[in-house]
Design a protein around this ligand. Structure first.
Ligand code: GRF
Length: 185
């Protein structure tokens, strides 16, 4: 099978990256992870890239300089798809336009509800009945690109921020891979 050259952007733990790597190693999963871009040199997720010998690019704080560096690397590795898996920086309009191919993000709420940060706190405060995750294309507006898929669960009386986070992340792992298969047909 011809696999799509993919780059995963991370900033933290990398549990989504982990699942993506495991799936990408399967014969019938349509992506090959050629590069990891990380905005935090202390991110745990970097260990995963190292373990599976995936080249890593660690960004410093100078946004515009770093983005140019990323674009060069993306070209070098012939990347056709970017996956944002817990990447905590906002990509500039210029970067999105210059890359010019699909960028997909996973967000821990049922978009269009609760865009941005601290979703679990806000979900609880609003007394929502359900929550979950959304996989969507990235456009120039925050968490507002076309939705590929959403997965939800019902909130229990005893749920708190950490239980919502755990339940949401458990949904995310399958949701991300399912969305990729839907997009890369
Ligand atoms: C995920 O919950 C994702 O929804 C959000 O950041 C988190 C990343 O977690 N955008 P991990 O680094 O994949 O463990």
């Amino acid at each position: 099978m011809v696999k799509i050259n993919t780059c995963v952007f991370i900033s933290g733990k990398g549990s989504n990256l982990r699942r993506l790597i495991l799936n990408s190693n399967k014969y019938n999963f349509p992506i090959k992870i050629k590069l990891v871009v990380c905005s935090n040199k202390k991110a745990e997720g970097l260990k995963l890239a190292k373990k599976w010998s995936i080249p890593c690019l660690i960004l410093n704080n100078k946004q515009s300089f770093s983005e140019n560096k990323v674009l060069i690397k993306l070209k070098f590795h012939k990347i056709d798809l970017i996956l944002l898996a817990g990447y905590m920086k906002i990509l500039s309009k210029r970067f999105i336009r210059s890359f010019g191919k699909s960028i997909i993000n996973i967000h821990p709420s049922l978009l269009p509800k609760f865009k941005g940060l601290n979703t679990f706190e806000r979900v609880l405060k609003k007394k929502e009945k359900k929550t979950g995750c959304t996989v969507h294309f990235v456009n120039e507006k925050l968490d507002a690109g076309k939705i590929i898929l959403r997965k939800f669960f019902f909130i229990e009386k005893e749920d708190n921020v950490s239980s919502l986070k755990k339940k949401t992340q458990n949904l995310e792992y399958n949701a991300f891979s399912e969305a990729i298969i839907r997009v890369v047909k």
